[in-house]
Design a protein around this ligand. Structure first.
Ligand code: ADP
Length: 458
């Protein structure tokens, strides 16, 4: 088992990883930027090292500084969390070369799956349904136009190296394809240093369903069921739940099998997520594999009882999975709300500042993953997530009622938050009926933010 792990991240996910390590008697080394001096994760870790200025490029993305710190502190592993260097194959390779266990898949797998266009080919060969679209990179606007004409509009032009919803543009007709091609490849080049794009049929009003995978280095692969992440804003997830209110038994089984096939085809090791979109006619399509722990992993933990970070560390220690697919039992329903320091009324503008009073919810069936504390600074340098409020109930309705009361208990002063939006979502008749799609929040923002009589539903 690993003995000392460097946590190459910050905020709540750093806290989450440190907690798992402490329960496993693994020492932790936190690395932090000057902006995170005094942050909760630096005090929970066994020790903490400052690696650079606030700007992520000079600290949390500074691979050399992180690897040097790991070696100097005699670590035997690195957990990258999510974001930052978590899906950076060169970083994973550099860690391996220095004898450090990278808590994630091997660099070759990160590379193969990070190239989405290549990943599509891999999945097609493995019999995993993919969104109809181009077979490789569309080199020119003319290529894009030809492929889009074959597929039929509307289409998406997507960055092959993409992530976080960037480098994606929609074209509704031939007139828009050149602009979409230019913008998507320009953004891809700027964000990822790789302007390669491919064309995909736009699936209208889809639902986003993803499967959590665990794979060890002995070829054992299981899934921990699905998460429904349909509620998004600009391709960014807002609320996640498990199980999905829109999957029947047969479809769930089929998607689970496809997710495991996707992992097997890529030689997957460690925790990963196979993402799919579903259309209104019962078709599902693989869109990508995320090669890291995800923000929304707690909803899966709540309904399976499996500590996913613990399993990650276990697998990275070279040990076999401790359970089979048959051992995984699902119980009840879990929902996660992402509380961000942002203002929905002002176009979701991030709202950094100093937190004044803070009261986090608790009680039966409530879990809060957060690095916030009264008086802490929410800096403008990193993402604006303050807390994840996760609830578990026997049924979906019970979970919704519990989320309402948990959000009612949550008090934060000093920064604006999206708490009101999250709370109102818990009263939306369409959400209650499970009738949403990925465009739901954007189409209904005004209606969701308008107060309703609390005792109207359920
Ligand atoms: P990223 O890696 O940038 O997150 P994804 O390929 O995962 O990009 O897509 C992000 C989101 O965009 C998905 O969750 C979904 O809401 C939407 N999306 C992606 N592909 C399609 C498609 N072909 N049709 C409709 N929506 C899509």
């Amino acid at each position: 088992m690993l003995k000392r792990v460097l946590v190459a991240n910050r905020g709540e996910i750093a806290v989450r990883i440190i907690r798992a390590c402490r329960e496993m008697n693994i020492e932790t080394v936190a690395v932090y930027s000057e902006a995170d001096r005094g942050a909760l994760f630096t005090t929970l870790a066994t020790r903490a090292v400052c690696i650079g200025p606030a700007r992520a490029e000079e600290s949390y993305l500074n691979a050399d500084a992180i690897l040097t710190s790991a070696l100097a502190a005699k670590c035997d592993g690195i957990h990258p969390g999510f974001g930052f260097l978590s899906e950076n194959a060169a970083f994973a390779a550099a860690a391996r070369e220095r004898g450090l266990a990278f808590v994630g898949p091997p660099p070759e797998v990160i590379t193969a799956l990070g190239d989405k266009s290549a990943a599509r080919r891999l999945m097609r060969k493995a019999g995993v349904p993919i969104v109809p679209g181009s077979d490789g990179i569309a080199e020119t606007a003319e290529d894009a136009r030809r492929e889009a004409a074959e597929l039929g509009y509307p289409v998406l032009v997507k960055a092959s190296a993409g992530g976080g919803g960037r480098g994606i543009r929609r074209a509704d007709s031939e007139r828009g394809i050149e602009t979409a091609f230019g913008e998507a490849s320009g953004e891809a080049l700027a964000c990822f240093g790789d302007g390669g794009v491919y064309i995909e049929k736009l699936i209208e009003n889809p639902r986003h369903i993803e499967f959590q995978i665990l794979a060890d280095s002995f070829g054992n692969i299981i899934h921990l069921g699905e998460r429904d992440c349909t509620l998004q804003r600009r391709n960014q997830k807002v609320l996640e739940e498990a199980p999905s209110p829109s999957l029947g038994k047969d479809m769930r089984f089929e998607l689970g099998e496809a997710a495991v096939r996707a992992a097997r085809a890529s030689g997957y090791v460690n925790a990963g997520t196979a993402e799919f979109i579903l259309d209104g006619e019962g078709n599902y399509y693989f869109i990508e594999m995320n090669t890291r722990i995800q923000v929304e992993h707690p909803v899966t933990e709540m309904i399976t009882g499996v500590d996913i970070v613990r399993e990650q560390l276990h697998i990275a220690s070279g040990l076999p999975l401790r359970c089979t697919q048959e051992d995984i039992k699902f119980s009840g329903h879990a929902i996660e709300c992402r509380v961000n320091a942002e203002s929905p009324e002002d176009g979701f503008l991030p709202c950094p500042g100093r937190i004044g009073f803070l009261h986090l919810p608790g009680g039966f069936g409530v879990r809060v993953d957060s690095a916030a504390y009264p008086g802490c600074e929410v800096t403008p340098y990193y993402d604006s997530m303050l807390a994840k409020v996760i609830v578990h109930g026997k049924t979906r309705n019970e979970a919704i009622l519990r989320m309402r009361r948990a959000l009612e208990e949550l008090l934060i002063t000093g920064v604006k938050t999206n708490l009101g939006l999250l709370y109102m979502l818990m009263f939306s008749t369409d959400y209650l009926a499970g009738k949403t799609d990925t465009g739901f929040i954007e189409r209904n923002l005004d209606a969701i933010l308008r107060p309703v009589e609390k005792d109207m539903m359920l």
